[in-house]
Design a protein. Structure first.
Lengths: 540, 447
């Protein structure tokens, strides 16, 4: 199918091309720029182009590819860095040099690399769609290969070396089985059923694990103004979270930060497995100066990969930094399409698109009968730090944990700058049993005690601001002292030192010690000992 | 590719700075056009949008004297390019890259599209080398490193001009504690919407410069659209000098607020849907297309570092311009009216200021081994002293403990002896020594 360009406006191009379907991919112009159909009017179609349209001319050819935007899923995804359209950035750099140019790109999965397939099914067996057939070792990771394109009676399944281009077997009806398949990014991958989240996702961040636990299969947002440490917190979680696979999408953020992260990941090891972090990570990077339409697509590309690993029965953590940049990309495209705007110029479908996206998280029983989970952490960059704006509000309606990053805390260099009064996690109850059983039965009680302490301190602080710190009773001074300890030694966590990761036991021990000291000191104070002496002994 | 230039006399409407031309065949997005005025003079413009045979053009200048009947538009079949050569060094250009220093135009070695291309994130080099600005508040506590973009957030009436000029004069590249060769360091100065008063001031600064420079000057009465173009010329020149010629380039852009206002003006003329405060919804992406051009490339010498000046309208840091800038840049240097009123120069408030890349650019072999320690202590004690100032206004100085009074004195001394430095410049050694002296002077520990 061939046609031609009739109009161009920013990232959207109108083409006259017959027989297109909505969301079909279209190759635009002599340079073969990629785009997808977002609107159709009679014989004309409006295409959202993923690359810079500068230099594109009227009358240049357009070709329909008869398939939507898809990602290639198979061995070789891990430890790689892709852009929002799954173009591999490292080979792209080798081919094009340091600057990214539009047009042709290398294949997403290395075509020549050899893998070793080990089947777990045999010829003659009947497999259901989505059932796992065998695996290939991808570094320390077991990459499962399944009947993701449909089931049937197996005629052949070859153990041994293969590349992503070769079939690894065949069904009795002649269909070949490949280790790689393509999946349209905007279609959620199917599963048998969804389960309620019940296990926590341990992040190694004391404030989160203790006060606002995340759940495997849950969703959390980190909203915060600039300089509140969203990116550092997300990257720290990426490094230390107790999970099998991490899919990180840098959506419209800084290039230098991404470069720094890439550099670090090669050298850091996963505290769980002792392997380099890259071996469990897939990165999708679309920095703020890369094309806007590709930024819009990038979170779908990334989440599809995350679902793919989930379907192998793994626990997958998906992080997006930041979802606001995605929403802005949506707004730019919507505005180029001259749609009627909603609040602050965002399209009215912002909230429904977002909820559709967030719904791709969860704990599922896969079609192959395994249990896998996809947890989502999204950072939000509210303009002016104003949480009443549409993106934060849309996120709040759709997610389970809200970790508010506070500018005032950040200015005091209290990191992670999670505000302990405003933040919440709806998973606290669901995972409470887990903590009580695996860490300590007093976990919940300590939490309540600690929270009450911080609340009393807040009140006392207001009083102190009026009467002066000198006007407080000794009990008040002790409380202020302990609360300070909680803040400095427990809630604060330096992402650049050993302390960046705290196991649940360490977290528990630390808060127990601080609170035990408080109870003890309070008793001594009531018995008439001087505060000075108690504190002096404590520091000695 | 067309073989010849096409000329059309089919202007349908003029809505400054936009033109609609009809019955155009095979126009290109971003193509440069020459508009011929009835009096024979010419002006360049760029294609913004094409709908069939109707083309929307943005003029790079004022459209006085243009008419529908006698004017013509020539389509050149090329996108906007910048002429490049090392001969542009020590020259002053206007926002259209034409010399305004009385000397003839140089002969370009090559041409490059002004919008540039995104750096592949996997090939970005890590920004970890120190740039000395000569100001203690920056070098000591909010260190600038090569390849970083670090804006100055100023407000009306604050001496951002003097500070930018000071940095133009005294910025040095320091390698392992020693200054790098002068020939490899270049400052590119992009001024947008300058008043004549400011223009005179900056020209004087440029004349006395020790480092080599290239200046792009757009005056307040020059064309608004040029304000969108000048930073792109500056950055294209910077990329050429950095990545083709191996130089370390510091780009100072003043003032981003004028840039954003120009962006809004053009957006409104295009009848686009306005976002917050009338600024277009794509302002984040547009600013990113400028700021993200800062960086380094693995395996190549040279770097582009950016120091844009943003004047916060109504002193409001949550205004869309500083807000979006802060989300893209790697930190911010915030000027304070309060410090300015105390006569402190530069009036930089270190508490809300931040350099995200500082960690990697300081310490042994880059600045000095005790840099991190000195910075942390100064920051900690100053923050404490500032907190206590609030208390002081309530309970009075007498009501405070001796230790607290000491911290108040420290905060004053920190502002007076460390942040304040008047006209002088300090090397990083002097900065750190000044910091240690303030700490010692108040009986505080030093690293």
């Amino acid at each position: 199918m061939k046609g031609s360009i009739t109009a161009i406006s920013g990232p959207t191009v109108t083409v006259v091309l017959p027989d297109l379907k909505l969301y079909d991919r279209v190759s635009i112009g002599h340079g073969g720029l990629m785009g997808e159909v977002v609107r159709m009017e009679r014989e004309r179609a409006v295409v959202q182009v993923y690359e810079d349209t500068r230099g594109l001319g009227i009358g240049e050819p357009a070709r329909g590819l008869e398939k939507p935007l898809t990602v290639a899923l198979g061995p070789g995804l891990l430890a790689r860095i892709f852009d929002g359209l799954q173009r591999p950035l490292e080979p792209l750099g080798e081919a094009q040099g340091p600057f990214i140019r539009a047009g042709k790109a290398p294949a997403p999965l290395e075509p020549e690399r050899s893998w070793h397939f080990v089947p777990v099914k045999r010829a003659g067996e009947v497999v259901q769609p989505g059932e796992l057939l065998g695996y290939a070792e991808e570094g320390p990771f077991r990459h499962w290969i399944g009947a993701f394109n449909g089931g049937g009676t197996l005629a052949e399944l070859r153990e041994g070396p293969f590349t992503v281009q070769d079939p690894i077997g065949a069904f009795a009806d002649g269909r070949r089985i490949h280790a790689v398949h393509e999946w349209p990014v905007r279609t959620p991958r199917p599963y048998r059923r969804k389960l309620a989240p019940s296990e926590p996702l341990v992040t190694g961040q004391r404030c989160i694990d203790f006060f606002f636990p995340l759940a495997r299969g849950g969703t959390a947002i980190f909203p915060g103004g600039f300089g509140t440490g969203k990116t550092v917190l997300e990257q720290t979680i990426t490094k230390y979270a107790d999970t099998d696979v991490v899919v990180y999408v840098g959506c419209g953020e800084r290039g230098n930060e991404m470069a720094e992260m890439l550099e670090e990941f090669v050298t850091l090891t996963d505290p769980g497995s002792g392997q380099p972090l890259t071996t469990r990570t897939v990165m999708v990077v679309n920095t703020s100066n890369m094309p806007v339409a590709a930024r819009e697509a990038s979170i779908y590309t990334a989440v599809t990969m995350a679902e793919y690993f989930r379907d192998m029965g793994y626990h997958v953590l998906f992080l997006a930094d930041s979802i606001s940049r995605w929403a802005e990309a949506l707004r730019e495209i919507s505005s180029a399409l001259e749609e009627m705007p909603g609040e602050e110029g965002y399209p009215t479908y912002l909230s429904s698109r977002l909820s559709g996206f967030v719904a791709r998280s969860g704990v599922v029983e896969t079609r192959g009968g395994r249990i896998g989970s996809l947890t989502m952490i999204l950072s939000v960059s509210p303009p002016g730090g104003d949480f009443t704006e549409p993106v934060t509000q849309a996120c709040l309606r759709n997610t389970g944990a809200f970790l508010m990053l506070d500018t005032a805390l950040a200015h005091r260099r209290h990191f992670p700058a999670i505000n302990w009064f405003q933040s919440y996690s709806l998973y606290s109850d669901a995972v409470a049993d887990f903590f009580a059983e695996t860490v300590s039965s007093e976990w919940g009680a300590l939490k309540d005690e600690c929270r009450a302490l911080l609340q009393r301190e807040e009140k006392l602080r207001e009083v102190a601001e009026i009467v002066g710190a000198e006007g407080l009773e000794d009990e008040g001074h002790l409380l202020m002292h302990v609360a300070e300890q909680v803040r400095q030694k427990f809630l604060c966590q330096n992402a650049y030192t050993e302390d960046a990761y705290s196991s649940l036991d360490q977290t528990h021990r630390r808060i127990r010690e601080i609170l035990a000291f408080y109870r003890h000191a309070e008793k001594r104070l009531q018995a008439g000992e001087s505060l000075e002496k108690i504190l002096k002994e404590a520091t000695a | 590719m067309r073989l010849s230039e096409h000329c059309y006399a089919t202007i349908a409407s003029i809505k400054s700075p936009l033109l609609l031309v009809e019955a155009v065949r095979s126009a290109r997005m971003g193509e440069i056009v020459r508009v011929v005025f009835p009096d024979g003079s010419e002006m360049e413009g760029e294609i913004l949008k094409i709908d069939g045979a109707t083309v929307l053009i943005q003029l790079f200048g004022e459209s006085y004297g243009l008419d529908v009947e006698h004017s013509a538009v020539v389509f050149t079949d090329a996108v906007k390019r910048a002429p490049l050569s090392t001969d542009m060094l020590d020259r002053v250009f206007n926002g259209s890259f034409l010399p305004v220093d009385g000397r003839p135009m140089f002969v370009p070695d090559q041409w490059a599209p002004v919008t540039g291309f995104a750096i592949n994130p996997t090939l970005r080099g890590s920004p970890n080398e120190f740039i000395e600005t000569g100001y203690s508040a920056i070098d000591g506590l909010n260190t600038l490193v090569k390849g970083q973009k670090l804006p100055i957030f100023s407000a009306a009436g604050l001496p951002s001009k003097e500070m930018a000029a000071g940095i133009l004069r005294s910025a040095r590249m320091v390698v392992g504690g020693k200054e790098a060769a002068v020939k490899d360091f270049v400052v590119i100065f992009v001024a947008l919407g300058l008043t004549h008063h400011e223009y005179a001031y900056y020209m004087q600064t440029l004349e006395g410069m020790r480092t080599r420079f290239v200046a792009f000057i757009n005056l307040a009465n020059d064309a608004v659209v040029e304000r969108l173009l000048a930073p792109r010329f500056g950055l294209t020149a910077a990329e050429y000098l950095a990545f083709e010629q191996g130089m370390d380039v510091l780009v100072v852009i003043t003032d981003i607020t004028n840039y954003c206002d120009a962006l809004r003006e053009v957006s409104t003329a295009r009848e686009e849907l306005p976002g917050r405060r009338g600024y277009p919804g794509y302002m984040y992406s547009d600013l990113a297309s400028l700021f993200e051009r800062a960086g380094r490339i693995q395996g190549r010498p040279g770097s582009v570092t950016m120091l844009p000046v943003v004047t916060m309208p109504e002193d409001d840091i949550t205004h869309p311009i500083p807000d979006l800038t802060g989300y893209i840049t790697e930190g911010q240097l915030v000027l304070s009216r309060e410090l300015h009123q105390k006569g402190i120069f530069p009036p930089m408030d270190v508490l809300p200021s931040l350099s995200r890349l500082m960690q990697r650019g300081i310490g042994e072999g880059r600045t000095r081994a005790d840099h991190r320690g000195v910075a942390n202590l100064l920051y900690k004690h100053y923050a404490k002293g500032r907190d206590l100032r609030n208390l002081e206004t309530i309970v009075g100085r007498e009501g405070m403990s001796e230790r607290d009074r000491g911290m108040l004195d420290f905060a004053d001394a920190f502002e007076r002896d460390f942040v304040h430095q008047g006209e002088g410049r300090r090397s990083i050694e002097e900065t750190l020594d000044a910091g240690i002296a303030v700490l010692k002077g108040h009986g505080l520990e030093t690293p």
